[in-house]
Design a protein around this ligand. Structure first.
Ligand code: 5AD
Ligand code: SF4
Length: 439
Protein backbone atom coordinates (compact mmCIF):
# COMPACT_ATOMS: atom_id res chain seq x y z
CA UNK A 1 0.00 0.00 0.00
CA UNK A 2 2.73 2.44 1.00
CA UNK A 3 5.50 3.81 -1.17
CA UNK A 4 3.18 5.06 -3.89
CA UNK A 5 4.39 7.97 -5.99
CA UNK A 6 2.56 11.18 -6.81
CA UNK A 7 3.70 13.58 -9.54
CA UNK A 8 2.24 17.08 -9.28
CA UNK A 9 2.27 19.37 -12.30
CA UNK A 10 1.35 23.03 -11.77
CA UNK A 11 0.34 25.77 -14.18
CA UNK A 12 -0.26 29.40 -13.33
CA UNK A 13 0.29 31.76 -10.44
CA UNK A 14 1.54 31.36 -6.87
CA UNK A 15 -2.02 30.64 -5.64
CA UNK A 16 -2.11 27.71 -8.00
CA UNK A 17 1.26 26.55 -6.71
CA UNK A 18 0.08 26.88 -3.14
CA UNK A 19 -3.08 24.89 -3.94
CA UNK A 20 -0.99 22.20 -5.61
CA UNK A 21 1.13 22.00 -2.47
CA UNK A 22 -2.03 21.43 -0.42
CA UNK A 23 -3.19 18.67 -2.78
CA UNK A 24 0.20 16.97 -2.63
CA UNK A 25 0.17 17.19 1.17
CA UNK A 26 -3.23 15.51 1.28
CA UNK A 27 -1.90 12.54 -0.70
CA UNK A 28 0.61 11.80 2.09
CA UNK A 29 -2.23 10.51 4.24
CA UNK A 30 -2.83 7.93 1.52
CA UNK A 31 0.78 6.74 1.48
CA UNK A 32 2.02 8.76 -1.48
CA UNK A 33 5.39 10.45 -1.67
CA UNK A 34 6.26 13.16 -4.21
CA UNK A 35 8.26 12.27 -7.32
CA UNK A 36 8.94 13.77 -10.76
CA UNK A 37 9.04 10.53 -12.72
CA UNK A 38 5.78 10.20 -14.65
CA UNK A 39 6.51 6.66 -15.84
CA UNK A 40 6.59 5.23 -12.32
CA UNK A 41 3.79 7.45 -10.92
CA UNK A 42 0.72 5.96 -9.23
CA UNK A 43 -1.06 9.32 -9.20
CA UNK A 44 -0.62 12.42 -11.37
CA UNK A 45 -2.17 15.71 -10.27
CA UNK A 46 -2.41 18.58 -12.75
CA UNK A 47 -3.39 21.85 -11.08
CA UNK A 48 -4.59 24.07 -13.89
CA UNK A 49 -4.77 27.75 -14.87
CA UNK A 50 -7.19 29.50 -17.21
CA UNK A 51 -6.00 33.09 -17.13
CA UNK A 52 -4.91 32.96 -20.79
CA UNK A 53 -5.76 30.69 -23.69
CA UNK A 54 -2.09 29.79 -24.12
CA UNK A 55 -2.08 28.20 -20.65
CA UNK A 56 -5.23 26.26 -21.44
CA UNK A 57 -3.77 24.95 -24.70
CA UNK A 58 -0.64 23.76 -22.93
CA UNK A 59 -2.73 22.02 -20.29
CA UNK A 60 -4.94 20.33 -22.89
CA UNK A 61 -1.75 19.07 -24.52
CA UNK A 62 -0.56 17.70 -21.18
CA UNK A 63 -3.90 15.99 -20.53
CA UNK A 64 -3.53 14.36 -23.97
CA UNK A 65 -0.05 13.10 -23.04
CA UNK A 66 -1.45 11.64 -19.85
CA UNK A 67 -3.91 9.63 -21.91
CA UNK A 68 -0.94 7.88 -23.51
CA UNK A 69 0.63 7.39 -20.08
CA UNK A 70 -2.57 5.71 -18.92
CA UNK A 71 -2.53 3.44 -21.98
CA UNK A 72 0.98 2.33 -21.01
CA UNK A 73 0.10 2.07 -17.34
CA UNK A 74 -3.66 1.60 -16.78
CA UNK A 75 -3.17 1.65 -12.99
CA UNK A 76 -2.08 5.29 -12.84
CA UNK A 77 -4.74 7.65 -11.47
CA UNK A 78 -5.10 11.10 -12.98
CA UNK A 79 -6.48 14.14 -11.15
CA UNK A 80 -7.18 17.47 -12.86
CA UNK A 81 -7.93 20.36 -10.53
CA UNK A 82 -7.99 24.12 -10.27
CA UNK A 83 -9.10 27.17 -12.22
CA UNK A 84 -9.64 25.60 -15.65
CA UNK A 85 -12.04 23.05 -14.17
CA UNK A 86 -13.82 25.71 -12.11
CA UNK A 87 -14.84 27.78 -15.17
CA UNK A 88 -18.59 27.83 -15.67
CA UNK A 89 -19.56 25.01 -18.04
CA UNK A 90 -16.00 23.69 -18.39
CA UNK A 91 -16.37 20.38 -16.58
CA UNK A 92 -18.72 18.76 -19.07
CA UNK A 93 -16.59 19.84 -22.02
CA UNK A 94 -13.42 18.58 -20.38
CA UNK A 95 -14.93 15.28 -19.31
CA UNK A 96 -16.01 14.55 -22.86
CA UNK A 97 -12.59 15.36 -24.16
CA UNK A 98 -10.67 13.41 -21.53
CA UNK A 99 -12.55 10.33 -20.28
CA UNK A 100 -9.26 8.88 -18.99
CA UNK A 101 -9.22 11.33 -16.07
CA UNK A 102 -10.15 9.85 -12.65
CA UNK A 103 -10.67 13.01 -10.56
CA UNK A 104 -12.02 16.38 -11.66
CA UNK A 105 -12.01 19.07 -9.02
CA UNK A 106 -12.50 22.87 -8.98
CA UNK A 107 -10.73 25.54 -6.92
CA UNK A 108 -13.49 25.87 -4.34
CA UNK A 109 -13.23 22.30 -3.12
CA UNK A 110 -9.49 21.66 -3.08
CA UNK A 111 -9.66 20.91 0.63
CA UNK A 112 -12.11 18.14 -0.18
CA UNK A 113 -9.48 16.30 -2.22
CA UNK A 114 -9.09 13.72 0.54
CA UNK A 115 -12.71 12.55 0.16
CA UNK A 116 -12.38 12.40 -3.63
CA UNK A 117 -9.11 10.49 -3.53
CA UNK A 118 -10.60 7.97 -1.13
CA UNK A 119 -13.39 7.22 -3.58
CA UNK A 120 -10.96 6.90 -6.46
CA UNK A 121 -8.76 4.53 -4.46
CA UNK A 122 -11.86 2.33 -4.20
CA UNK A 123 -12.17 2.23 -7.97
CA UNK A 124 -14.62 5.09 -8.66
CA UNK A 125 -14.21 8.02 -11.04
CA UNK A 126 -15.23 11.34 -9.50
CA UNK A 127 -16.02 14.86 -10.66
CA UNK A 128 -16.88 17.58 -8.17
CA UNK A 129 -16.90 21.32 -8.71
CA UNK A 130 -18.50 23.38 -5.97
CA UNK A 131 -20.24 26.55 -7.06
CA UNK A 132 -19.29 28.36 -3.86
CA UNK A 133 -16.20 28.07 -1.67
CA UNK A 134 -16.68 26.65 1.79
CA UNK A 135 -15.60 29.57 3.94
CA UNK A 136 -15.10 27.54 7.11
CA UNK A 137 -12.43 25.20 5.78
CA UNK A 138 -8.94 26.21 6.75
CA UNK A 139 -5.72 24.83 5.37
CA UNK A 140 -3.30 26.14 8.00
CA UNK A 141 -2.42 22.68 9.25
CA UNK A 142 -1.43 21.69 5.74
CA UNK A 143 1.29 24.25 5.09
CA UNK A 144 4.33 22.33 4.00
CA UNK A 145 6.89 22.40 6.77
CA UNK A 146 10.66 22.22 6.77
CA UNK A 147 11.29 24.52 3.83
CA UNK A 148 13.32 27.72 3.91
CA UNK A 149 10.65 29.65 2.00
CA UNK A 150 6.90 29.24 2.17
CA UNK A 151 3.79 30.83 0.75
CA UNK A 152 0.87 31.59 3.02
CA UNK A 153 -2.59 32.51 1.83
CA UNK A 154 -3.93 35.60 3.54
CA UNK A 155 -7.01 36.02 1.39
CA UNK A 156 -8.81 34.25 -1.38
CA UNK A 157 -10.76 35.52 -4.37
CA UNK A 158 -11.11 38.89 -6.03
CA UNK A 159 -13.87 41.50 -6.16
CA UNK A 160 -12.39 43.75 -8.82
CA UNK A 161 -13.74 42.35 -12.06
CA UNK A 162 -11.11 43.84 -14.33
CA UNK A 163 -12.84 43.45 -17.66
CA UNK A 164 -10.29 41.01 -19.15
CA UNK A 165 -9.93 38.75 -16.15
CA UNK A 166 -11.45 35.34 -15.44
CA UNK A 167 -10.12 35.16 -11.86
CA UNK A 168 -13.21 36.52 -10.07
CA UNK A 169 -15.27 33.84 -11.85
CA UNK A 170 -13.06 30.94 -10.79
CA UNK A 171 -11.83 32.06 -7.38
CA UNK A 172 -14.97 33.72 -6.07
CA UNK A 173 -15.41 36.83 -3.94
CA UNK A 174 -12.75 38.15 -1.57
CA UNK A 175 -12.44 36.35 1.74
CA UNK A 176 -9.72 37.23 4.26
CA UNK A 177 -8.33 34.69 6.67
CA UNK A 178 -8.31 35.68 10.31
CA UNK A 179 -5.05 37.32 11.44
CA UNK A 180 -4.68 34.78 14.26
CA UNK A 181 -4.79 31.85 11.87
CA UNK A 182 -2.25 33.44 9.55
CA UNK A 183 0.13 34.32 12.38
CA UNK A 184 -0.15 30.82 13.86
CA UNK A 185 0.54 29.23 10.51
CA UNK A 186 3.64 31.38 10.02
CA UNK A 187 4.87 30.55 13.53
CA UNK A 188 4.50 26.84 12.81
CA UNK A 189 6.43 27.25 9.58
CA UNK A 190 9.18 29.23 11.29
CA UNK A 191 9.47 26.55 14.00
CA UNK A 192 10.09 24.03 11.23
CA UNK A 193 12.92 26.09 9.68
CA UNK A 194 11.14 28.55 7.38
CA UNK A 195 12.86 31.95 7.21
CA UNK A 196 10.98 33.73 4.43
CA UNK A 197 7.24 33.89 3.88
CA UNK A 198 5.33 35.27 0.94
CA UNK A 199 1.83 36.40 1.84
CA UNK A 200 -0.49 35.54 -1.00
CA UNK A 201 -3.69 37.09 -2.23
CA UNK A 202 -5.16 38.18 -5.54
CA UNK A 203 -5.28 41.66 -4.09
CA UNK A 204 -3.45 41.56 -0.76
CA UNK A 205 -3.82 45.22 0.04
CA UNK A 206 -7.57 44.97 0.29
CA UNK A 207 -7.02 42.32 2.99
CA UNK A 208 -9.43 42.64 5.89
CA UNK A 209 -11.87 45.02 4.24
CA UNK A 210 -14.72 43.01 5.79
CA UNK A 211 -13.23 43.07 9.32
CA UNK A 212 -14.73 44.96 12.20
CA UNK A 213 -13.03 46.38 14.22
CA UNK A 214 -10.85 47.61 11.37
CA UNK A 215 -7.69 45.60 10.71
CA UNK A 216 -5.96 45.92 7.37
CA UNK A 217 -3.02 44.48 5.47
CA UNK A 218 -0.58 46.98 6.98
CA UNK A 219 -1.70 45.84 10.45
CA UNK A 220 -1.11 42.24 9.45
CA UNK A 221 2.36 43.02 8.07
CA UNK A 222 3.20 44.87 11.25
CA UNK A 223 2.40 41.77 13.31
CA UNK A 224 4.12 39.33 10.96
CA UNK A 225 7.22 41.52 11.17
CA UNK A 226 7.41 40.72 14.89
CA UNK A 227 7.63 36.95 14.53
CA UNK A 228 10.94 35.78 16.01
CA UNK A 229 13.45 33.96 13.76
CA UNK A 230 11.56 34.91 10.63
CA UNK A 231 13.98 36.84 8.41
CA UNK A 232 11.92 38.12 5.50
CA UNK A 233 8.35 38.84 4.49
CA UNK A 234 7.14 39.33 0.92
CA UNK A 235 3.66 39.86 -0.41
CA UNK A 236 1.87 39.59 -3.75
CA UNK A 237 -0.17 40.97 -5.49
CA UNK A 238 -0.95 44.61 -4.69
CA UNK A 239 -3.61 46.52 -6.62
CA UNK A 240 -2.49 50.12 -7.24
CA UNK A 241 -5.91 51.48 -6.31
CA UNK A 242 -5.63 50.02 -2.78
CA UNK A 243 -2.02 50.96 -2.07
CA UNK A 244 -2.34 53.14 1.03
CA UNK A 245 0.26 55.47 2.51
CA UNK A 246 -0.04 53.41 5.67
CA UNK A 247 1.07 50.30 3.81
CA UNK A 248 4.07 52.06 2.26
CA UNK A 249 5.04 53.48 5.67
CA UNK A 250 4.70 50.05 7.27
CA UNK A 251 6.99 48.48 4.68
CA UNK A 252 9.45 51.35 5.14
CA UNK A 253 9.59 50.70 8.88
CA UNK A 254 9.47 46.91 9.19
CA UNK A 255 12.96 45.42 9.20
CA UNK A 256 11.78 42.07 7.79
CA UNK A 257 9.38 43.54 5.25
CA UNK A 258 11.07 43.38 1.86
CA UNK A 259 10.98 46.63 -0.12
CA UNK A 260 9.48 45.12 -3.23
CA UNK A 261 6.10 46.05 -4.65
CA UNK A 262 4.54 43.99 -7.41
CA UNK A 263 2.18 46.62 -8.74
CA UNK A 264 0.52 45.59 -12.00
CA UNK A 265 -0.19 48.61 -14.19
CA UNK A 266 -1.67 46.58 -17.10
CA UNK A 267 -1.62 49.58 -19.48
CA UNK A 268 -0.14 53.08 -19.59
CA UNK A 269 -3.16 54.56 -21.38
CA UNK A 270 -6.03 56.09 -19.42
CA UNK A 271 -8.48 55.16 -22.15
CA UNK A 272 -7.49 51.49 -21.92
CA UNK A 273 -7.28 51.54 -18.12
CA UNK A 274 -10.85 52.72 -18.02
CA UNK A 275 -12.00 50.00 -20.42
CA UNK A 276 -10.10 47.50 -18.28
CA UNK A 277 -12.02 48.73 -15.21
CA UNK A 278 -8.79 49.24 -13.30
CA UNK A 279 -10.15 52.25 -11.36
CA UNK A 280 -6.98 54.39 -11.56
CA UNK A 281 -5.23 56.64 -14.08
CA UNK A 282 -1.60 56.62 -15.15
CA UNK A 283 -1.14 59.91 -13.24
CA UNK A 284 -2.48 58.36 -10.04
CA UNK A 285 -0.24 55.34 -10.54
CA UNK A 286 2.83 57.54 -11.05
CA UNK A 287 2.00 59.47 -7.89
CA UNK A 288 1.79 56.20 -5.95
CA UNK A 289 5.22 55.08 -7.08
CA UNK A 290 6.59 58.54 -6.34
CA UNK A 291 5.33 58.09 -2.80
CA UNK A 292 6.98 54.66 -2.57
CA UNK A 293 10.30 56.06 -3.77
CA UNK A 294 10.05 59.05 -1.45
CA UNK A 295 9.68 56.85 1.63
CA UNK A 296 11.77 53.92 0.36
CA UNK A 297 14.39 55.19 -2.12
CA UNK A 298 15.72 51.68 -2.82
CA UNK A 299 12.32 50.05 -3.32
CA UNK A 300 12.09 47.70 -6.22
CA UNK A 301 9.00 47.67 -8.44
CA UNK A 302 7.69 45.00 -10.74
CA UNK A 303 4.56 44.91 -12.85
CA UNK A 304 2.21 43.04 -15.17
CA UNK A 305 1.26 44.46 -18.57
CA UNK A 306 -1.23 43.36 -21.18
CA UNK A 307 -0.77 44.44 -24.80
CA UNK A 308 -3.49 44.32 -27.44
CA UNK A 309 -6.48 44.88 -25.18
CA UNK A 310 -9.58 45.51 -27.36
CA UNK A 311 -9.45 49.05 -28.79
CA UNK A 312 -5.74 49.61 -27.99
CA UNK A 313 -4.41 52.05 -30.62
CA UNK A 314 -0.74 52.66 -31.48
CA UNK A 315 -0.92 55.81 -29.32
CA UNK A 316 -2.28 53.84 -26.36
CA UNK A 317 0.52 51.35 -26.78
CA UNK A 318 3.10 54.18 -26.99
CA UNK A 319 1.86 55.35 -23.61
CA UNK A 320 2.52 51.93 -22.17
CA UNK A 321 6.04 52.02 -23.58
CA UNK A 322 6.57 55.49 -22.12
CA UNK A 323 5.46 54.14 -18.73
CA UNK A 324 8.30 51.64 -18.71
CA UNK A 325 10.80 54.47 -19.01
CA UNK A 326 9.12 56.40 -16.21
CA UNK A 327 8.55 53.64 -13.68
CA UNK A 328 11.97 51.92 -13.99
CA UNK A 329 10.68 48.47 -13.18
CA UNK A 330 13.14 45.87 -12.06
CA UNK A 331 10.97 43.28 -13.79
CA UNK A 332 7.80 43.18 -15.90
CA UNK A 333 5.60 40.23 -16.78
CA UNK A 334 4.19 40.98 -20.20
CA UNK A 335 1.25 39.29 -21.90
CA UNK A 336 -0.79 39.44 -25.08
CA UNK A 337 -4.44 40.01 -24.33
CA UNK A 338 -6.32 36.73 -24.39
CA UNK A 339 -10.08 36.62 -24.79
CA UNK A 340 -11.71 34.82 -21.85
CA UNK A 341 -15.31 33.84 -22.35
CA UNK A 342 -17.70 35.27 -19.79
CA UNK A 343 -15.61 38.41 -19.20
CA UNK A 344 -16.75 41.87 -20.26
CA UNK A 345 -13.79 42.48 -22.57
CA UNK A 346 -14.54 39.35 -24.59
CA UNK A 347 -17.64 41.11 -25.91
CA UNK A 348 -15.89 44.40 -26.72
CA UNK A 349 -15.47 45.57 -30.28
CA UNK A 350 -12.11 46.25 -31.89
CA UNK A 351 -10.37 43.05 -30.82
CA UNK A 352 -6.74 43.42 -31.92
CA UNK A 353 -5.31 41.04 -34.57
CA UNK A 354 -2.73 38.51 -33.42
CA UNK A 355 0.10 39.90 -35.56
CA UNK A 356 -0.35 43.36 -34.03
CA UNK A 357 -0.38 41.89 -30.52
CA UNK A 358 2.78 39.91 -31.27
CA UNK A 359 4.58 42.97 -32.62
CA UNK A 360 3.62 45.07 -29.59
CA UNK A 361 4.69 42.34 -27.18
CA UNK A 362 8.10 42.05 -28.86
CA UNK A 363 8.61 45.79 -28.70
CA UNK A 364 7.50 45.99 -25.06
CA UNK A 365 9.79 43.14 -24.08
CA UNK A 366 12.80 44.72 -25.75
CA UNK A 367 12.15 48.05 -24.01
CA UNK A 368 11.77 46.30 -20.65
CA UNK A 369 14.86 44.13 -21.16
CA UNK A 370 16.88 47.29 -21.57
CA UNK A 371 15.26 48.81 -18.46
CA UNK A 372 15.91 45.66 -16.43
CA UNK A 373 19.52 45.63 -17.58
CA UNK A 374 20.04 49.27 -16.62
CA UNK A 375 18.30 48.68 -13.30
CA UNK A 376 20.68 45.86 -12.48
CA UNK A 377 23.75 47.63 -13.85
CA UNK A 378 23.06 50.44 -11.41
CA UNK A 379 23.57 47.91 -8.63
CA UNK A 380 27.15 47.12 -9.66
CA UNK A 381 29.54 48.10 -6.87
CA UNK A 382 26.77 48.10 -4.25
CA UNK A 383 26.53 45.70 -1.34
CA UNK A 384 23.12 44.10 -0.91
CA UNK A 385 21.51 41.76 1.59
CA UNK A 386 20.84 38.32 0.14
CA UNK A 387 19.11 35.29 1.63
CA UNK A 388 21.26 32.31 0.61
CA UNK A 389 18.74 29.86 -0.83
CA UNK A 390 20.74 27.00 -2.31
CA UNK A 391 23.18 25.93 -5.03
CA UNK A 392 22.76 27.68 -8.36
CA UNK A 393 21.02 25.47 -10.95
CA UNK A 394 23.27 26.63 -13.77
CA UNK A 395 26.47 26.67 -11.74
CA UNK A 396 26.34 24.26 -8.75
CA UNK A 397 29.70 25.55 -7.51
CA UNK A 398 27.96 28.78 -6.60
CA UNK A 399 24.92 29.75 -4.53
CA UNK A 400 21.79 31.68 -5.44
CA UNK A 401 19.54 33.91 -3.46
CA UNK A 402 17.48 37.03 -3.76
CA UNK A 403 17.94 40.63 -2.72
CA UNK A 404 15.27 42.31 -0.63
CA UNK A 405 14.02 43.72 -3.95
CA UNK A 406 13.54 40.14 -5.25
CA UNK A 407 16.45 40.30 -7.73
CA UNK A 408 18.19 36.99 -8.32
CA UNK A 409 21.88 36.88 -7.33
CA UNK A 410 24.50 34.21 -8.03
CA UNK A 411 27.48 34.35 -5.66
CA UNK A 412 30.30 32.34 -4.08
CA UNK A 413 29.79 30.69 -0.70
CA UNK A 414 29.68 27.43 1.24
CA UNK A 415 26.58 25.30 1.59
CA UNK A 416 26.55 25.90 5.34
CA UNK A 417 25.38 29.50 4.89
CA UNK A 418 22.14 28.39 3.19
CA UNK A 419 19.26 29.85 5.16
CA UNK A 420 21.12 32.89 6.40
CA UNK A 421 21.33 36.50 5.31
CA UNK A 422 24.65 37.53 3.81
CA UNK A 423 26.05 40.76 2.38
CA UNK A 424 26.96 40.38 -1.26
CA UNK A 425 28.89 42.88 -3.36
CA UNK A 426 27.54 43.04 -6.90
CA UNK A 427 30.21 42.76 -9.62
CA UNK A 428 28.25 41.99 -12.79
CA UNK A 429 24.72 42.41 -14.05
CA UNK A 430 22.53 41.00 -16.81
CA UNK A 431 18.84 41.65 -17.52
CA UNK A 432 17.79 38.82 -15.17
CA UNK A 433 20.67 38.01 -12.85
CA UNK A 434 23.25 39.72 -10.69
CA UNK A 435 26.65 38.18 -10.00
CA UNK A 436 28.50 38.98 -6.82
CA UNK A 437 30.79 37.99 -4.00
CA UNK A 438 30.21 37.71 -0.28
CA UNK A 439 31.81 40.61 1.58
N1 5AD B 1 -5.18 38.16 -21.15
C1 5AD B 1 -3.88 38.43 -20.94
N2 5AD B 1 -3.35 38.61 -19.72
C2 5AD B 1 -4.17 38.50 -18.65
N3 5AD B 1 -3.95 38.64 -17.33
C3 5AD B 1 -5.11 38.41 -16.68
N4 5AD B 1 -6.09 38.15 -17.56
C4 5AD B 1 -5.54 38.20 -18.80
C5 5AD B 1 -6.05 38.04 -20.11
N5 5AD B 1 -7.33 37.78 -20.34
C6 5AD B 1 -2.64 39.01 -16.78
C7 5AD B 1 -2.72 40.30 -15.99
C8 5AD B 1 -2.59 39.82 -14.56
C9 5AD B 1 -1.72 38.62 -14.74
C10 5AD B 1 -1.72 37.67 -13.60
O1 5AD B 1 -2.22 37.99 -15.89
O2 5AD B 1 -1.61 41.10 -16.35
O3 5AD B 1 -2.02 40.80 -13.72
FE1 SF4 C 1 -7.98 39.70 -12.20
FE2 SF4 C 1 -8.09 42.34 -11.75
FE3 SF4 C 1 -8.67 40.59 -9.76
FE4 SF4 C 1 -6.14 40.83 -10.60
S1 SF4 C 1 -7.37 42.45 -9.61
S2 SF4 C 1 -7.26 38.91 -10.22
S3 SF4 C 1 -6.41 41.23 -12.78
S4 SF4 C 1 -9.84 40.89 -11.66
Amino acid sequence: MDNKKVVTIVYGCQMSERDAETLTQITRDFGYSPSDDLESADLVIVNTCCVRESAENKILGKIGELKKLKERNPKVKIAISGCMVQQPGALERLQKRAPHVDIWEGTHNINDFSALLQRVEQGEKVAEVWQEPNATIEVASLAEKGKLQASVNVMYGCDNFCSYCIVPYVRGRERSRKPQEILQEIELLVNSGCREVTLLGQNVNSYGKEFSPAYDFADLLHQVNQIAFLLRVRFITSHPKDLSDKLIETVAEGDKLCEHFHLPIQSGSNFILERMNRKYTREYYLRRIEQIRKLIPDASLSTDIIVGFPGESEEDFEQTLAMMNQAHYSQAFTFMYSKRSGTLASKMENQIPLDVKKRRLQKLMSVQNQESLEYRQNMIGKTVEVLAEGPSKTNPERLTGRTRGNELVVFNGNLDIIGSLVNVRINEAGSWTLIGEIE
